[in-house]
Design a protein around this ligand. Structure first.
Ligand code: G4P
Length: 531
């Protein structure tokens, strides 16, 4: 491998930011990009209003730009590192793509609102990170507002998410009494003082050694004593930093700060860069593939259809998994056995497109899909034939029966739903007994129902009616040969099959899952399906 390729790969860090809406993901991302000089002012990442658009507006944007506004990879340089932030769509456009994006990241940064603690969406995304055993870094945000007790926050992360925590710094007070953070390594305190910089909120940071008399004066005896006590407690009871446990995703380094005022963000970034790893090796059917090779390989983790009716083109998001990608050379698409050049590979940064001539392991690029890509497909250099482990199918949480309004249009209807399912926008199922006479759609986020209706109508000329079903939990039956008609106590769940005839069960709640499991010996259910 050339020295250049090696050093390019080594300096890459690719992570996804996960959070519950409103915890501060956009704000933190923006501050990181500001440090990297990738943007010049706050507010330029993506209009926050975008995430609050009504469906019709959202469609409008999609049509206009031809691609989801939330599908972007933000790249910036900092201190010799090349950082890729993978945006995980949130709010109402939360979808399977949010999960899939996590499959392309080497680590995750979890943003938590200090006044709210661990929230629902964080838990869901967190589970995917745990499944992948990737490192998880925690940024506890909004310390400038009244926050929960930091020990309670640690407990919550440990109990709800089941990961140990290791605070790298520790807050002194919160809200109006927020004085700053104490760095447990350097034993220095960064003082927080809110200031207004040209109308924008900021913070002045002054550093004090913990034993400095001036620090006592500034924060007062009470908070000082509290800090000393809490630090003793932490030194005695908290887990020590252990790089191997961090690498395995068992221990999360925790940082406190306030993204809005940019307080604690630089410390966070610098620690993150030194604690996180260059691109990770990945499993394939030919064993583990080392990213540090000259030979290019990558996999598709997301496909975005163009909403423009006139052009049925689709953009596939590819994570470069090894080596150097050279746009002038042929690639080999393992699943189809075809060799071709990727047309117009591009960096997709917010709503900017930049044509690329090369990329390295760790990068994520957008490529035009010649109509043959599926999620999870592998691309390699001609002559190398192996397939990366597939992207799992994630459990949809909302289900509806789909009925074409015009029964004469059944053919278009089937074509449309099949294509949309291939693209990964929806999951479709058949009734276990009625088979194709009853088609059920499952989605991760409810907005996808509207997108489905809209696209079937506009792209396939087929109007549909969606009849919501009262189920929120789906489980794959581990043994695909099992006869579900023999199961007992399943009156309040629904038996379905996927398009490959794998049996599944839809449940209304976790209680009914437990009931069915208790009454049916030998029945094993799984939440994710490895493809
Ligand atoms: P998200 O992407 O995770 O959904 O969150 P986002 O960054 O959009 O932040 C949600 C709201 O929280 C925003 O306020 C943002 O300004 C605010 N916020 C983020 N970080 C901090 C922080 O450290 N301290 C405080 N006090 N607020 C923070 P908004 O009112 O929804 O938007 P805006 O009108 O202020 O732009």
């Amino acid at each position: 491998m050339s020295k250049e390729t090696e050093s390019e790969i080594k300096r890459r860090r690719t992570f996804a930011i996960i959070s519950h809406p409103d915890a501060g993901k956009t704000t933190l991302t923006e501050k990181l990009l500001l440090f990297g000089g990738a943007i010049n002012s706050a507010g330029s990442v993506k209009g926050k209003a975008n995430s609050k658009y009504a469906v019709s507006d959202w469609m409008g944007i999609e049509k206009e730009r031809g691609i989801s506004v939330t599908s972007s990879v933000l790249q910036f340089e900092y201190d010799g590192f090349c950082v890729n932030i993978l945006d995980t769509p949130g709010h109402q456009d939360f979808s399977e793509d949010t999960y899939r994006t996590l499959m392309a990241a080497d680590s995750a940064v979890m943003v938590i609102d200090a006044s709210k603690g661990v929230e629902a969406q964080t838990i869901k995304l967190f589970k995917v990170c745990v499944m992948r055993h990737i490192p998880i870094f925690t940024f506890i945000n909004k310390m400038d507002l009244e926050a929960k007790d930091p020990f309670d926050l640690m407990d919550e992360i440990e109990n709800v998410l089941g990961i140990r925590t290791c605070p790298v710094n520790w807050p002194i007070g919160s809200g109006k009494r927020f004085k700053g953070v104490y760095d447990r390594n350097t034993k220095e305190v960064s003082m927080f003082r809110a200031v207004s910089v040209g109308g924008a909120k900021g913070a002045a940071e002054t550093e004090y050694a913990v034993e400095d008399e001036k620090l006592k004066e500034e924060i007062g005896d009470e908070l000082y004593e509290q800090l000393v006590e809490e630090c003793e407690l932490l030194d005695g009871a908290a887990d020590e930093y252990d790089q191997e446990r961090v690498d395995r995703g068992e221990l999360s380094p925790v940082f406190f700060g306030s993204a809005l005022t940019t307080f604690g963000v630089r410390t966070f970034l610098e620690h993150f860069l030194s604690y996180s790893k260059p691109p990770l090796p990945r499993e394939s059917d030919a064993g583990v593939i080392d990213p540090m090779t000259e030979d290019f390989s990558g996999f598709i983790f997301k496909i975005q259809a163009n909403m423009n009716k006139a052009h049925h083109d689709r953009i596939a998001f590819m994570r470069v998994a090894s080596g150097r990608f050279d746009a002038s050379k042929d690639v080999f698409h393992v699943q189809s056995g075809r060799k071709f050049k990727l047309s117009q590979p591009q960096q997709i940064m917010a709503d900017d497109r930049k044509i690329l001539t090369e990329a390295y392991a760790g990068d994520v690029i957008g490529v035009f899909d010649p109509g043959i890509f599926s999620i999870g497909d592998t691309l390699t250099v001609p002559g190398k034939k192996f397939a990366y482990e597939g992207i799992p199918t994630f459990a949809p949480e909302h289900f509806a029966r789909m009925v074409p309004v015009d029964t004469m249009k059944r053919k278009q209807f089937m074509k449309g739903v099949t294509q949309l399912a291939q693209e990964g926008a929806i999951q479709i199922f058949k009734d276990y007994v009625l088979d194709l006479s009853e088609i059920i759609v499952g989605v991760v986020g409810v907005l996808q129902f509207d997108v489905l209706k809209y696209r079937l109508e506009s792209e396939y000329g087929c109007e549909i009616r969606l009849e919501p079903l009262p189920y929120n939990y789906i489980r794959w039956v581990k043994d695909p040969t099992m006869d579900l008609t023999k199961l007992t106590r399943i009156s309040d769940c629904k038996k379905v099959k996927d398009m490959r005839d794998n049996p599944l069960l839809l449940f209304a709640n976790e209680w009914s899952i437990r009931l069915v499991l208790e009454h049916n010996e030998g029945l094993e259910l799984t939440e994710f399906k490895k493809n």
